[in-house]
Design a protein around this ligand. Sequence first.
Ligand SMILES: [Zn+2]
Length: 315
Amino acid sequence: MSTTTFIKKTLGLETVEPGVTPPTNAEASFARKPKLSAGKSKKRDIPEGLWTKCPKCATMIFDKELDENLKVCAKCGHHFGIGARERIHALVETCSFEEMDAQMVSVDALTFTGVAAYTDKLEEYQKATRLKDAVITGVGKVGEHRVALGVMDFSFLGGSMGSVVGEKLTRLIEAATEKGLPLIIISTSGGARMYEGMFSLMQMAKTCGALAYHDKARLPYVSVLTHPTTAGVMASFATVGDLIIAEPGAMIGFAGPRVIKDTTQAELPPGFQTAEFLVEHGLIDAIVPRKEMKEKLIYYLDFLAERMKKTAALG
Ligand SMILES: [Zn+2]
């Protein structure tokens, strides 16, 4: 069980013996919301790491409140990035998630040397994120439904898809096919992992091949696109879901707008490559705010499971 790694900060009172008056500074040890002062130097007055400024509405949000609100600005609804573990924690029923291939790591097949060696990069990100690679996969319960769930994490090398992301997702899809489970993949990615060259590009075909068998078994696949979902991931498993949903404001596209503009020499329409634009143009079926995601997924799974039963009954 790896979804419960969030450690609640202790209040510093656990060590006090029963019957002993708490130390006089006990109150100060509670995690209180520090005041924001309107001093001249904002840099000096705002304690670092406690407040986050919303890039959309410029509100200062207390980090604890932001975490409790699933990293969504309570004022304007801006969706901040969220880690894979936090997402899984918010979606699956407590203790129901069994992670698969948790220890799988990449090898430096091309002995890539650039600004930094690939192996050093991997080690650095593994330490910083406490993840082995950019996706977590496993089987868990969402509401009453047992589902195969894959969740990507942008904080690990920009959610890039190398051989580990591709292999873990392929194994997840194959397990879903074998066990007759619906599949949910939550994507966020900057694209293929350049450190792995062709091995990285091959993952596009591999994941889609496995999805074709899942589809052949008439099992549902819900793809959830989050900010940002681009390039190789967008061009493979992320956009072949039976149902494709996205979080509000998510940037979804193959190449960046500047590249497209330069190549086509055309003026791009306003809102190009946003979830809102794509829902209007038919690539995405629905936009679902993060706080409603679990409830909506259960609703979709209820519907799809009913269809599965009917199809099975028809033989
Ligand atoms: Zn905001």
